[in-house]
Design a protein around this ligand. Structure first.
Ligand SMILES: *Cc1c(COP(=O)(O)O)cnc(C)c1O
Length: 236
């Protein structure tokens, strides 16, 4: 084997995912440029997050304040930081100016605290619990209209779209239905033309379902294990 044949496994995974994104986009006549790939690094080290930036990834996702701080301490490159996890109100103060985008706005009390603590407007996704599973947070689709009206009070909360997680199932039709429903709620809110909530984007799709999500209109996909891997694998 020539040395040039030895490819960094991270690079190989990134290449595979990019190809899958392209294929999914082609299927529904979308441009891959409409899809932002967020590498979820919650299960890996700061060194691995840095390696992802080194091979051209620009967006990183974390679901805990502690994980975010640990990475930001070491990583000096410009990166877009996405917060994708449940956010406790008491952690907003330390977190909010450190992220470019909050994907988990799921209650008015959180909007109020973001508004109080942020020093500039924050791009947010409102999390919607489409599947109705108790384990998942988010507003219900039925609550969306009223929720968005009430967000008008919080000028620093700028809602760019909706976020959801599909159920953990192999049944593609169930997953597709969840993503499609989120898109319908998005269309309903976007039609209101709210200045503080253009709500044109869709954060949906993870390692196991991002191709379906893209087919259903995802603009932001959040990929952990299929790209960044896991700590267990990292230590091998
Ligand atoms: C962990 C996580 C992901 C990534 O999950 P994978 O299945 O590892 O791709 C995406 N979104 C959220 C909200 C997560 O917590």
């Amino acid at each position: 084997m020539k040395s040039s044949d030895i490819v960094n496994p991270l690079e190989q995974r990134l290449e595979t995912i990019k190809q899958q994104i392209n294929t999914a986009c082609e299927k529904v006549h979308r441009s891959p440029e409409e899809v932002t790939l967020i590498a979820v690094t919650k299960q890996v080290s700061a060194a691995r997050a840095q390696s992802l930036l080194n091979i051209g990834v620009k967006d990183l996702g974390e679901n805990r304040l502690e994980g975010l701080l640990e990475k930001q301490e070491i990583i000096e490159d410009a990166a877009n930081w996405h917060f994708i996890g449940n956010l406790q109100t008491r952690k907003v103060k330390e977190l909010i100016d450190r992220v470019d985008c909050l994907h988990s706005l799921d209650r008015l009390s959180l909007a109020k605290e973001v508004n109080k603590r942020a020093t500039k407007p924050v791009d947010c996704f409102v999390q919607v619990n489409v599947s109705g599973e108790e384990s998942k947070s988010g507003i219900t689709p039925q609550e969306a209209d009223a929720f968005f009206e009430q967000l008008a009070a919080y000028e620093k909360v700028h809602v760019i779209g909706l976020m959801t997680m599909a159920p953990n199932t192999r049944d593609e039709s169930v997953i597709r239905h969840v993503f499609r429903s989120l898109r319908e709620v998005r269309d309903q809110i976007a039609a209101k033309n709210l200045s503080y909530a253009p709500c044109t984007q869709l954060s949906m799709g993870m390692s196991n379902d991002f191709e379906i999500a893209i087919e259903e209109g995802a603009t932001h996909i959040r990929i952990g294990t299929a790209l960044a891997g896991t700590e267990r694998e990292e230590s091998k």
